[in-house]
Design a protein around this ligand. Sequence first.
Ligand code: GAR
Length: 205
Amino acid sequence: MRIVVFISGRGSNLRALLEHQENYTICHVISNRHQAAGLSIAQEYRVPTTVISWHDGAKAEAQALTLLNDIKPDLIVLAGFMRVLSADFVTKFSHKIINIHPSLLPLYPGLNTHQRALNDQQIKHGATVHFVDQNLDQGHRISQCHIRIGPEDTAETLAARLLSKEHKLLTTTVDKIATGQIYWQDKHLYYNNQVITQPLVWPEI
Ligand code: GAR
């Protein structure tokens, strides 16, 4: 399976994906920012990169589309990509774009997820891998991981604790898509040939 990863910044999820390329290949990385640290991670792994300025979303998407039409990836992974893709763009890749989001969706779509969980005095928090559709962070959920929120937690401690779990969640989910254990068919999510109605949760993550 050939995968294109979109990033905007640090790239720690990208690094995790690059470290686990047994059943898939990261063949290109697209960033909307020149300064994204993740670009040097891609270069470390000799993966081609393209920076596309996203000031004009329509123009950016047209550029991305030209590139993707050329690369023809099987899957697009948004790994810390902080731009919203248009409905027109995502429908061209229906159930071929996944995103990792730092909350237990449907809770806290959008930004500042850790602080919002704390403000609501939640006792648990987590991350979700989901298909990307035309509604922000609302596409069909594939998998989730959980962490407990303790009395001492701040947005920073939550973000840090969650991040290492995110890496495992994303790499496990992508690997299972690559090996055909997770797939989308006839409007349903399948795991090991069974329809799944709730996000997958693995006890070890
Ligand atoms: C991750 O925590 C990811 O879940 C989040 O950005 C961070 C990127 O870190 N994504 C979003 O908030 C998307 N809405 P990374 O660049 O080190 O992978």
